[in-house]
Ligand binder design. Structure first.
Ligand code: MG
Ligand code: ZN
Length: 228
């Protein structure tokens, strides 16, 4: 080592990028292990879990509230992810469905460990549907398996038609894409066909349903998909 310590410094700085990647891989590997446990817990309980992801403001909570009302009679549970507040959990509980709020603080996604901490607080049972509303963010939630059975991506017509091309990782993992707020289409210059074509470019084969959480338009397909 040199008197000024420069050799040591260089030795530590050169692999910084490699070390960052290694840390990310370790985080994801640990997450995947916990997600596998969640999947086992859910399967043993007979509960089917759906992870809802989108950018902020796409109308996930409104969509969820209407969905829960439409599914009344079936055992239901919700995990709400947000950085701060329990506002969305309160909206959900107004429907009579049990909701656990998870606040991520500075974090921008839910991870499998957080979901694991919420599962014992929920009425998981045979035939139940568990909705996990992820933090509004089209980037890293795509990388974090929560142990869910299906991933649903919500995109609203107040966003750009190019969202799937800008955030391909998110759309690439979608089992279903919901195009929300179609009640607003008469007031917008939005090309739904173009959006759907962009979805197909990054995620060929995933069903795409046009819905309005406000009016209930298009909900038959979404509810049928959930029941199937
Ligand atoms: Mg919400
Ligand atoms: Zn994140």
């Amino acid at each position: 080592m040199l008197a000024d310590g420069s050799v040591v410094r260089h030795v530590h700085e050169a692999p910084r990028e490699a070390r960052r990647i290694k840390v990310e891989e370790d985080i994801l590997a640990r997450n995947d292990a916990l997600a596998a446990l969640n999947r086992k817990v859910l399967a043993q309980a007979g509960t089917f879990a759906v992870n809802l992801m989108s950018s902020p403001g796409s109308g996930k909570t409104t969509l969820l509230v209407r969905t829960l009302r439409e599914l009344k009679g079936r055992p239901l549970a919700v995990i709400e992810g947000d950085q701060q507040t329990d506002l969305d959990a309160k909206r959900i509980e107004a429907t009579g469905v049990k909701a656990v709020q998870l606040n991520t603080g500075k974090g921008c996604h839910l991870d499998a460990g957080m979901v694991a901490s919420a599962l014992p607080k929920l009425p998981l049972q045979k035939g139940a549907l568990l909705f996990i509303e992820n933090v509004g963010n089209l980037v890293c939630p795509a990388s974090f398996d929560l142990g869910e059975n299906r991933k649903v991506v919500v995109v609203s017509v107040t966003e750009g038609e190019d969202k799937p091309l800008k955030y391909p990782d998110m759309f690439a993992v979608a089992d279903l894409v919901l195009v929300n707020k179609i009640d607003l289409l008469p007031h917008l210059e939005f090309d739904v066909a173009q959006l759907e074509e962009n979805v197909r470019r990054v995620r060929p084969g995933a069903p795409i349903f046009r819905v309005s959480a406000k009016t209930g338009e298009g909900f038959e397909s979404w509810l049928m998909w959930l029941r199937g």
